[in-house]
Write a protein that binds this ligand. Structure first.
Ligand code: NAP
Length: 249
């Protein structure tokens, strides 16, 4: 059976670990050539590239801070130089920090908005310049965009912005045959979640208790939906936000 993404080229931001790494591996397994972007974890990105190559796929690692416009331009120029075209952008790079209102600082705000919102816009802007024959942009939003838990006003704000941007860009870019969709995961076990101390917390237990399917997610629960939005299977779908959360709202 032919692979769904044969001949396509994808950029996945923040793909050196966590959800982005698994998305890169699954896009590669479906035949896409993958640009594995990372900010600081060169060894993580190299491992993902090696994983894709071991399944017979093609991938390269490219360092870029996605909140920096100069780095973002270079990320897409490199992608084009190596693979010759671009079809898919996965805006996955994101940070999450939690703080009560009284502890919010400009640094807390800008760290999250500069990557989760501005970085996503900068990467989308560059991708659109390089898409030749339409394209697919997939944004990593979150259930917090609508669930808005306490002590997460800034992070929830960034993801509500991602939902709105997804819908707005879907309208703006539809005439260019560029589709824009979002995947909104619930709590997923990743390196980032471990370092935030959430995997061992009461918060995790509360979320699991309120999740119809009774557990938090794994990265392999999320990546297939990104493959779907990247592929022609979703050719008449744009502007959607798909919640993948075991039923947690
Ligand atoms: P993670 O384990 O912390 O991994 C984050 C990735 O983003 C790493 O590859 C990291 O690269 C990269 N990154 C960080 N800053 C960057 C920057 N300035 N430029 C480029 N890349 C950068 O994160 P995750 O938990 O997999 O989350 C991935 C996405 O899913 C985020 O958008 C997050 O908001 C969203 N999400 C996560 C969950 C969850 O429960 N885990 C739930 C809903 C939504 P380096 O390691 O190289 O620095």
């Amino acid at each position: 059976m032919s692979k769904k993404l044969a001949g396509k080229v994808a950029v996945v931001t923040g793909a050196s670990k966590g959800i982005g790494a698994e998305i890169a591996r699954q896009l590669g397994a479906e035949g896409a050539s993958v640009v594995v972007n990372y900010a600081s974890s060169r060894s993580g990105a190299d491992q993902v590239v090696a994983d894709i190559a071991s399944q017979g796929g093609k991938a390269i690692a490219v360092q870029a801070d996605v909140s920096n416009p100069i780095d973002v331009k270079k990320l897409f120029t490199d992608a084009r130089k190596v693979f010759g075209r671009l079809d898919i952008l996965v805006n996955n790079a994101g940070v999450y920090e939690f703080a009560p209102l009284e502890a919010i600082t400009p640094e807390h705000f800008h760290k999250q908005y500069n990557l989760n919102v501005l970085g996503l816009l900068l990467a989308s802007q560059e991708a659109v310049k390089h898409f030749a024959d339409g394209g697919s942009i997939i944004n990593l939003s979150s259930v917090v965009s609508t669930g808005a838990p306490a002590f997460a006003s800034v992070y929830s704000g960034t993801k509500a912005a991602v939902d709105a941007i997804t819908w707005s860009l879907a309208k703006e870019l539809g005439p260019k045959k560029i589709r824009v969709n979002a995947v909104n995961p619930g709590m997923v076990e990743t390196e980032g979640l471990h370092s935030a101390g959430i995997t061992e917390s009461d918060f995790r237990k509360q979320v699991e208790a309120q999740t119809p399917l009774g557990r938090i997610g794994q990265t392999r629960d999320i990546a297939p939906a990104v493959v779907y939005f990247a592929s022609d299977d979703s050719r008449w779908t744009t502007g959607q936000t798909l919640h993948i959360s075991g039923g947690f709202r």
